[in-house]
Design a protein. Structure first.
Length: 104
């Protein structure tokens, strides 16, 4: 049930039921199953090298970010982080939005 008091909205349950305390353990294990796994330092360097090599291979015209993500078969977030680091480090540049080229 939603209630308003002093221009603030409060949610109050109408029915509350008891749960088995072991249910919390089950939910915790379910969340751990889908939690992102930590990537060690060496794997990150390997991914960074793969990204730079793919960009070098497509050098005269560059490569699109979407195509790069498709070819590497890694997490898009992880690839975007590594691309951002390479852009900040001056290793690659973005001549047009979404296109990457090797600077060195």
């Amino acid at each position: 049930m939603l209630r308003n008091y002093n221009d603030e909205i409060y949610i109050t349950p109408e029915i509350i039921r008891k749960q088995d305390p072991r249910y919390l353990l089950v939910r915790k294990l379910e969340f751990e199953k889908y939690a992102p796994k930590e990537v060690n330092h060496q794997e990150r360097f390997a991914l960074s090298d793969k990204i730079i090599n793919k960009i070098k291979e497509a050098e005269p015209e560059g490569i699109g970010m979407d195509k790069l993500i498709e070819e590497l078969h890694e997490s898009a977030d992880l690839i975007n982080q590594e691309i951002k680091k390479a852009l900040e480090g001056g290793i690659i540049y973005e001549p047009r939005p979404g296109m990457l080229r090797y600077l060195g």
